[in-house]
Design a protein around this ligand. Structure first.
Ligand SMILES: *Cc1c(COP(=O)(O)O)cnc(C)c1O
Length: 395
């Protein structure tokens, strides 16, 4: 906790020094909020002044089990004293155990471990190419799959893509989201996979029409094209189920995971169904599935189970959306979401709302310009939801 004996002048100096060092030494890629965060517990973070914020950003859908969850903290501490890193040239018990747990929650057959969302997309693309012998991809408009060159090749937003072209897959075709006919037309003979987020996150919390993903599955089966679900943002209870695919009753051939997977530590993974796997030497990662992050991921899965966070995500998500829909405002176009992945589309760019909310103790994120994205820790309480909705209503 904040040391109350430090006077506010010292705190101001610490704030200024941090911002100065950042502006001098860190590449200025992030549009940062004027906030130096030092601690977090549950759904609340604290800045260096000791001011608290209810966090509906959660590290962008990373901290699903809340900040500093004791189960994860203990697991990290215990593992750190035993073994932090060892090469994948050797087995570790903890990695094998996590792979088993992930197979169980995904319903897939095999896991490959990496270190981030973009890397999981890279792995999925590589696996799709090696498994099919084909090279092209079909992706959706407004998709976001990460910032590495391969992942960018299937990411739609021109601001992210254009400065770094040509893409790895020059044949990527972008089609409107939630339009199965467009997929049917775009899938060609040389298409390795269709890659889709089962709910688009960065693109504005876009939920596909019922039946869309099922139809895409059928098209893929008919044409020998693989289906990749990018569940990096939608995984681990975010939408009220372990994975978003469960809402639609559709199984992909490969799925990507990251964000909440590591309980706050950086980790990515793909899960693939029977018949799809890398052969020896076809892919690798020095850090992938390291003991420390595996311990954190296992503890995080345990916490999700023990605290029934899937149910909680469903219930609190429904409550949150009901409260948001009841706001007396005429600038809200739509409130949409599943579980605690919620988008509030408004009639104008939402940057100012983000500032107002922060100044009043709530962190929210604006994505796709006009959509407030609310992805709080799944442990958020009703009272905290009420407070956030009050702030947004006044904003
Ligand atoms: C965040 C995100 C990624 C990229 O994850 P990084 O860990 O930032 O590389 C990929 N896909 C989706 C759907 C995401 O939300």
């Amino acid at each position: 906790m904040i040391d109350k004996t430090i006077n506010s002048g010292d705190l101001q100096a610490r704030y200024n020094s941090t911002v100065e060092k950042d502006s001098k030494y860190v590449m200025q890629t992030y549009g940062r909020q004027p906030l130096v965060i030092s601690e977090g517990r549950g759904a609340v973070v604290q800045d260096i002044y000791g001011k608290e914020y209810i966090d509906c950003v959660a590290g962008i859908a990373v901290n699903n089990i809340g900040y500093c969850h004791p189960t994860v903290v203990k697991a990290i501490q215990a593992q750190a004293e035993k073994l932090i890193h060892v090469s994948n040239l050797y087995y570790t018990e903890i990695q094998a155990e996590l792979a088993e747990a992930l197979v169980s929650v995904t319903g897939m057959e095999r896991i490959f471990f990496c270190n981030s969302g973009a890397e999981s997309v890279e792995a999925a693309m590589k696996l799709a190419r090696v498994a099919t012998g084909k090279s092209a991809f079909v992706a959706a408009e407004h998709s976001f799959h990460g910032r590495t060159i391969g992942a960018l090749s299937v990411t739609h937003k021109s601001m992210y893509r254009d400065p770094f072209m040509p893409p790895v897959s020059s044949e990527t075709k972008f089609v409107p989201y939630s339009d199965a006919d467009a997929i049917r037309k775009a899938v060609s003979e040389d298409c390795a996979a269709v890659i889709l987020e089962p709910i688009q996150g960065e693109g504005g919390v876009n939920i596909p029409d019922t039946g869309y993903l099922k139809e895409v599955r059928e098209i893929c089966d008919e044409t020998g094209t693989l289906l990749i679900f990018d569940e990096v943002q939608t995984g681990f209870g975010r939408t009220g189920t372990w994975f978003c695919k469960e809402h639609f009753g559709v199984e992909p051939d490969i799925m990507t995971m990251a964000k909440a997977l590591g309980g706050g530590l950086p980790m990515g993974a793909i899960a693939a169904r029977s018949g799809f796997s890398f052969g020896r030497g076809q892919h690798a990662s020095t850090y992938g599935g390291g003991p420390l992050v595996c311990a954190a991921a296992l503890a995080s899965i345990q916490a999700i189970k023990e605290e029934k966070l899937l149910e909680r995500s469903k219930e609190m998500g429904a409550y949150f959306m009901k409260k948001l829909s009841g706001m007396k405002r005429d600038d809200v176009v739509e409130v949409r979401g599943k579980g605690l992945m919620i988008g509030v589309e408004i009639k104008y760019p939402c940057g100012k709302l983000v500032d107002f909310a922060r100044e009043h103790g709530a962190l929210v994120n604006c994505t796709s310009d006009t959509v407030l994205r609310l992805v709080p820790p799944l442990v958020i309480t009703k009272e905290q939801v009420d407070t956030v909705v009050d702030v947004l209503e006044q904003a």
